[in-house]
Design a protein around this ligand. Sequence first.
Ligand code: SAJ
Length: 408
Amino acid sequence: MINVIGLGYIGLPTALMLSTSGNKVVGTDIKEEVIEKLKHKELTFEEKGMDELFEKALNSDITFSLKPVSTSFYIITAPTPYDPVSKKLDCSYVVKAVESVLEPAEEDAIIVVESTVSPGAIDTYVRPVVNKYMEKSGKKLNLVHAPERIIPGNMVYELEHNARTIGADDPKYGEKVKEVYSTFCKGEINLTNIKTAEMTKVVENTFRDINIAFANELAKICRQGGLDVNEVIRISNKHPRVNILSPGPGVGGHCISVDPWFLVGDYPLLTEIIYKARQINDSMPEYVLKRAYNIMQENNLKDFSRVGIYGLTYKENVDDVRESPTLQLLQHQKEHLGDGLKVYDPMVKREVVENQYHDLNKFLDDVDFVIVMIGHDEIRENMDVLKDKVVLDTRNIDVDNKYNFYKL
Ligand code: SAJ
């Protein structure tokens, strides 16, 4: 039986997938409301393909509990927040989750940590707790690190098809974990040690951050040079060894905008590109505001309260607002435009910011200038609704330049 500890964005789909792949699964979370909802057959967040997966898992007898159960296989998917000032990882949730399974764990049990941690964090924070318990109790436990790689918006597909990394002290236990993950994972499963597994995860997200920063820097260069960055990238990408990513209003989410800081924090003198890339991506929300100000002047628009922001999530078609470029932009609205910008996002049902709308038509009635921060399918499929507005399209939703939108 597998006990998944922490039923958030990673833990829940993982638990459901394991359950529908022939494993007996118990999902555990310390939050009562999460367990209550799941027991009442309600999902806690939206994600493509999750409804069907949940339905199947319920038929495969997945159960949910507030406390860990006694078994030989745990998967820890607790959150790993970071301190916004020091940029240091806060491993306390992972440590608490690991502590919670020490007592119920059977002799020789495997504890797989999936949460993203900074390189070396397992040795620094998790291993001492496990070792101390092993000494005290005489029970043998085995730590394994299998960092998750699934992308919000396509999690269910990627859980099944992505290659995976499994880091273990002893390859024998790595193989055991591989066997379990092979029940659902069709991708290649690579075995390594724990420290390498930690590093690969952070390196993967840092690679993407740097490449997005390059695209964003190009956008600034092309704007100043009077060029269309999207056209430059489209043509450059026809080269067989060039694959430039898309510029945008900033990098949000809990992964790419966070993980590179772990390397900067630990290797401050060596992380020049990595640090610069973070700064460039972090500069984008304010860059959008400055661009918006110029567009307002050009169009003789004076009323900041009739400026609307389309999109509050960190990327398209997800409901996650963590570290979203729009939230960063709103923090700086007063410095560059003025207070009272209006905000709408079809994916965000709850009240997150001031002046938030839940109806696209009402939102459009109240604004003259729309800054498209996120290209949700809703707006990509209904671009006509914007045709009478002044629009700053930061996501290049109007790929064919049919609507004369302003671009980044
Ligand atoms: N973005 C751009 N331009 C691009 C691509 C992305 O501006 O060309 C922006 C997005 O709009 C978003 C941010 O970057 O604000 C990050 O989005 P993303 O879709 O690139 O990635 P995440 O954060 O949703 O998920 C990443 C993935 N990592 C990599 O692709 C290397 C995913 O595989 C990881 O599992 C996830 O981080 C994680 O949990 O670490």
